[in-house]
Design a binder for this molecule. Structure first.
Ligand SMILES: C[S@@+](CC[C@H](N)C(=O)[O-])C[C@H]1O[C@@H](n2cnc3c(N)ncnc32)[C@H](O)[C@@H]1O
Length: 431
């Protein structure tokens, strides 16, 4: 049976909340069942919306049920979240939201619960209770453990960080400087009535309103790529030079790999990732942009297993991390990440960092990057590395006249960018 949009959204929400899948994998899986871009967009809006305000929706729905659904009926719990989201956060007429959601219940094989779904949603619509609560989780729609960490790390800014992480993210483009100047591309955009402004790094452009990539002049032929303004600092700070041997140690899906190559042709770039599926995306991105790198599946903490060449002049280590800096783009991170993951991640980051350091030439530069805003993965990680590594030295990062610091923590929303962290490490020559 063909499922309606609410049923498809409920399936994706189920995959995230009950099966631990990321929304960026679960969503395309259900979206492939519909053709029209408008329908795909509505499914996305429902799923992302539910992830953004999950605790409040959950409380509202639970208050209307004597007990939560279990077993095969569990998906109806997620369907009710989707229903509740429509009533509070969309302009869909309530009668349409309710009848479509009830129909989804039938399509999901739970005919006997159609009346319950109808009743619960009508109840919610009638009462229209304000969606908030006393507990910090309900107030901010964030897990308590992340709030605690943010409060400790940013005593004066944590509320702003949380608020910015709840916003819909802007769309950033990266100009392909091999194809045209950024100023020329901005002109091309304005000719198409697409308003954009230059970002702080060389190739970044911020769109006033997100749009479909098919509307972007020359996208298919590689004139631009979609990449957040914060992530675009990586290639610029790495500053690789023609003729150098460069390692992109955690490369997939390849956004930064491509940017490094676009900025400086003639780099000998090795792009490695341990995830073969994600590596396919690196190859696709390289192909679209007609760039060339040696793409290898391998462990960045065991380079000897897959590399028998020289040590590297420069290494970009865009480490696996909590992704707490990109919650505005991936709100499901709030519910998929667990507090215990952080200690595990910091251990892995330290292992990869120590190992990559062995493969850096004296005089070489390693750029450590994460899309995290937690100090244990960032500033504290680098401080501990410097304390145990005699030949490592932190280089000052100059990103603008105002920003000139030894390491750089970008917070979500700062200059419209994602949360990101950079530390540039120089390996002293022993001579
Ligand atoms: C933050 S993402 C990298 C994003 C990428 N640099 C870009 O700009 O598109 C981190 C990547 O590290 C990879 N990874 C995790 N552990 C790894 C390891 N031990 N060796 C190599 N890659 C690893 C993950 O598969 C993931 O693709």
């Amino acid at each position: 049976m063909r499922l309606n949009l609410r049923a498809l959204a409920a399936k994706a929400v189920f995959a995230v909340l009950e099966q631990g899948q990321s929304l960026s994998l679960a969503l395309p899986d259900v979206q492939q069942n519909v053709r029209s871009p408008k329908d795909k967009a509505l499914i996305a809006e429902l799923c992302y919306g539910v992830m953004r305000v999950l605790p409040q929706l959950d409380q509202c729905v639970s208050a209307c049920l004597s007990k939560p659904f279990k077993g095969k009926q569990r998906i109806i719990q997620q369907l009710l979240l989707v229903g509740c989201y429509q009533l509070y956060f969309t302009r869909i007429p309530p009668h349409a939201a309710i009848s479509e959601t009830a129909e989804a219940c039938r399509q999901l094989g739970q005919e006997n619960l159609v009346k319950v779904v109808n009743g619960v949603l009508r109840n919610i619509q009638r009462q229209q209770q304000p969606l908030s609560g006393e507990s910090p989780t309900l107030k901010y729609n964030f897990p308590a453990w992340i709030l605690k960490k943010l409060q400790a790390a940013y005593p004066n800014q944590w509320q702003q960080v949380v608020e910015n992480s709840q916003q819909r993210p802007p769309m950033w483009l990266r100009n392909n400087c091999q194809q045209q100047r950024r100023s020329d591309y901005l002109l091309q955009l304005s000719e198409q009535s697409i308003t954009a402004s230059p970002g702080s790094s060389d190739d970044a452009m911020l769109l006033e309103h997100p749009c479909d990539v098919t509307q972007l002049p020359g996208f298919e032929s590689g004139t631009v790529s979609v990449q957040d303004g914060a992530a675009q600092w990586a290639a610029q700070l790495l500053d690789a030079q023609a003729g150098e041997l460069v390692l992109d140690a955690c490369a997939a899906p390849g956004g930064k790999t491509c940017h490094i190559l676009e900025r400086t042709p003639g780099i000998n770039l090795v792009a490695v990732d341990n995830d073969s599926k994600r590596l396919m995306r690196v190859n696709q991105n390289l192909a679209r942009l007609q760039l060339d790198a040696r793409v290898i599946q391998g462990n960045a903490a065991a380079i000897h297993e897959w590399w028998h060449g020289d040590k590297f002049d420069r290494i970009l280590l865009d480490a696996p991390c909590s992704a707490t800096g990109v919650i505005r783009r991936h709100p499901d991170i709030k519910w998929l990440r667990k507090e215990a993951d952080i200690a595990e991640l910091t251990k892995v980051q330290a292992q990869i960092l120590d190992h990559c350091w062995q493969w850096l030439k004296p005089g070489g530069v390693l750029l450590y990057a994460t899309c995290s805003i937690l100090p244990e993965e960032n500033h504290q990680q680098i401080a501990a590395f410097l304390a145990r590594t005699a030949d490592a030295e932190l280089q000052v990062i100059t990103a603008s006249q105002e920003n000139c610091s030894s390491d750089w923590q970008i917070l979500p929303g700062q200059d419209n960018m994602d949360g990101f962290y950079y530390a540039k490490l120089l390996k002293r020559s022993t001579a």
